[in-house]
Design a protein around this ligand. Structure first.
Ligand SMILES: Cc1ncc(COP(=O)(O)O)c(C=O)c1O
Length: 447
């Protein structure tokens, strides 16, 4: 590969930076380095690239920045925390912010999901949730329950546990057999529901795939079922009406834990605290990350039912470690400070309610693109939506081109394959939604 350099254009005095050393994640590196898309500043609903051009953020960064960019409250809390206490070992030692954030998260979670384990990412939250499920069944004398069920088109992060649960083919196929004992149900993106707004009318019976795994493997072998209530990364796949309820019922009837992976849907995206509350289904465990700190500092968390937590606690002799798991940076003081500051903003600015109030306007805008050129399906729920563009014959190529054109036209979003995923910050006003709509329409027409 040749050497790639780039001059930051809005800083004429700056030295050119080498693009060679940084190996970018989930990016066509060679293409990027021949035509870099660098972002140097963010404020409110907008980013600025290194040419000083303004872009509207239609993706909350990557489903993270619900309160928009450059929030001073978070910056100040982080700075204060860094000078008060930068770091303390999370094993055997604690700091007040961790307890404060856990209490604040527990105020948002449904049911008795009031025990909070901190991680540094969504991927770590997923692997932690898998271990919680295994430890719980061991603790209650059902250690035979080691299998998991998830779904095709699921994204549960990139660590080996999460990749094994995931149903995104390219994320798995280069990495060997992954973990054994995982069954994948069918996904719920079916033709009958194309262009359905919210939950589709068709496909509740797809939940019975879980029953088929139960019949095939025996309930006594299955630990947990992992579900994104709305599959996010593969393009906002909203569940059919009644689907999550039926999944919950099958789990209950068979002693299987239900884990909602809410790394995208949690913390306000649906206009509710979690999608669990939006759909009225309480899982046993919820994973979250991203908007937890407004994206300002990496952090994930797992909310666990008190019943599960207490079972694991009570199985261990007093004075011993109950759960042999954790990260050096679990509940990092700076991440906790950012988390508390972000949750303060969400509460004080009523951002989840704002998202709920803005939802009809937002969904109208996205669904009005139904007859735009190249559109083959649209899905949406809350402040979350996706547009599938027609494949040009090579899956994902047109989606990728769409994303690049949108960036040139002043709009940032993420595409997966041929799905463009839209998730604006919850601070979005009607004029921002209009701008997002107009840029999508114009770019679709020229695609
Ligand atoms: C549902 C879900 N789970 C897990 C993850 C992984 O999170 P992270 O990238 O923070 O590891 C993601 C990331 O998008 C996600 O959408």
């Amino acid at each position: 590969m040749g050497h790639a350099e780039h001059k930051i254009q809005d800083q004429p005095q700056a030295k050119a930076i080498s693009l060679d050393e940084y190996w970018m994640p989930f990016t066509p590196n060679r293409e990027f380095k021949s035509a870099p898309m660098l972002v140097v500043r963010g404020e409110g609903m907008y980013y600025w690239n290194d040419r000083g051009e303004k872009l509207i953020d239609a993706a909350s960064g990557m489903f993270c920045c619900a309160a928009g960019h450059g929030r001073k409250e978070i910056a100040e809390a982080v700075q204060r925390q860094l000078t008060d206490l930068d770091f303390i070992a999370p094993f055997l030692r604690g700091h007040p912010r961790a307890f404060e954030l856990a209490s604040r998260v527990a105020e948002l979670t449904p049911g008795d999901l009031n025990r909070i384990f901190f991680t540094n990412s969504g991927s770590e939250a997923v692997d932690t949730a898998m271990k919680v499920a295994l430890a719980y069944h061991q603790a209650r004398g059902q250690g035979g329950r080691t299998m998991f069920v998830s779904r095709e088109r699921a994204y549960h992060g990139v660590n080996f546990g999460g990749v094994s649960l995931s149903g995104m083919v390219n994320n798995r196929r280069k990495f060997g057999p992954t973990l054994p004992g995982i069954g994948h149900m069918r996904h719920t993106h079916i033709k009958e529901n194309y262009f359905a707004r919210g939950e589709g009318e068709h496909g509740v019976e797809l939940a019975d795939d879980l029953q088929r795994f139960v019949n095939l493997y025996g309930p006594e072998n299955i630990a947990a079922c992992f579900i994104e209530p709305i599959a996010g990364s593969t393009g906002c796949l909203v569940p059919p009406k009644g689907y999550l309820k039926r999944i919950r019922e099958i789990c209950d009837a068979n002693g299987i834990l239900l884990v909602f992976d809410e790394v995208i849907t949690g913390v306000g995206r649906t206009g509710h605290n979690f999608a669990a509350q939006a759909f009225g289904i309480t899982p046993d465990v919820i994973t979250m990350a991203k908007a937890l700190t407004n994206g300002a500092v990496p952090m994930g968390a797992v909310a666990i039912s008190e019943r599960i937590h207490d079972t694991i606690m009570n199985a261990a002799p007093e004075g011993t470690i109950e759960f042999f798991h954790g990260y050096t940076y679990s509940a990092h003081p700076v991440a906790c400070a950012a988390g508390v500051a972000a949750l303060d903003i969400y509460r004080n600015d009523r951002l989840f309610e704002r998202g709920r109030e803005m939802t009809p306007y937002f969904q109208d805008a996205v669904f009005s693109l139904k007859s735009a050129r190249n559109v083959v399906d649209i899905r949406g729920y809350g402040m979350f939506a996706a547009i599938d563009v027609a494949s040009d014959g090579v899956p994902g190529r047109r989606g990728h081109a769409f994303q690049k054109k949108l960036f040139e036209n002043g709009l940032h979003l993420k595409t997966t394959g041929d799905a463009a995923i839209i998730a604006p910050p919850l601070i979005a006003e009607k004029k921002h939604i209009d701008e997002i709509h107009d840029k999508l329409e114009k770019t679709l027409a020229a695609l």
